[in-house]
Design a protein around this ligand. Structure first.
Ligand code: SAM
Length: 198
């Protein structure tokens, strides 16, 4: 059974909802910003690339992606996070560069092979079925499309080598992994996995 602590953490960060979710969103917008920006920089999306951001939360990475690319889609299962992202990204949304929708890693709503780059930061550990999520991201990426996954190393659902193998099995190659330390004494190490869809 889920403990009270787990339930509070889910409300604040895992599937943010209500007041706690809004508070969690503010904390994440500050605390995870460096990793969100680093992930977008590593993925190197081009102006004409279609970019899918999975689980963007309050939208820091989304906003950065929409500064570089004309076609950005963000999907998140949390209505509170979608509302925060909508506020942060009001300008690119109004300019038609960014589209937000309810969705998850396993149900993105994107068409087959419609996406050039997928970026997911700090939500891999929340996917209820990692292989199902990877299968979906493989489906929506075009051949040669790029996948960039980043998550707090300490909260990974499996070790990085095991995850890399799961990504290979889902139809990606090459798959590269590394870790990265965001600036700041309190920041936690990010595990990063980048891969190309076969
Ligand atoms: C810990 S927050 C991270 C938000 C943001 N990417 C960041 O790093 O600050 C996790 C986000 O993933 C979303 N999420 C939860 N389950 C998900 C799933 N199965 N697929 C995609 N996103 C999910 C949550 O709603 C939340 O917005």
């Amino acid at each position: 059974m889920e403990s009270i602590t787990q339930r509070l953490l889910t409300k604040a960060f895992g599937r943010p909802s209500g007041l706690l979710g809004r508070l969690g969103g503010r904390l994440m917008a500050h605390g995870n910003a460096a990793t969100e920006l680093h992930a977008v920089a590593l993925a190197e999306p081009g102006e004409q690339d279609v970019v899918l951001v999975v689980g963007p939360g309050p939208g820091v990475g989304l906003e950065a992606a929409a500064r570089r690319c004309a076609h950005v889609i963000g999907v998140d299962p949390s209505g509170v996070m979608l509302a925060m992202a909508r506020r942060r990204c009001a300008s690119p949304i109004a300019r038609g560069r960014l589209h937000l929708a309810a969705g998850s890693a396993a149900r993105t709503g994107a068409a087959d092979a419609a996406v050039d780059v997928v970026i997911s930061v700090n939500n891999l550990q929340l996917w209820p079925d990692v292989p199902a999520g990877l299968t979906e991201l493989h489906r929506v990426l075009r051949p040669g499309g790029r996948l960039l996954l980043a998550a707090h190393e300490k909260w990974l659902p499996a070790d990085l080598t095991t995850l890399a193998n799961m990504v290979r099995v889902a139809g990606f190659d090459p798959v590269r992994t590394c870790t990265w330390d965001p600036p700041g004494r309190m920041a936690s190490t990010a595990a990063i996995l980048s891969a190309v869809r076969l």
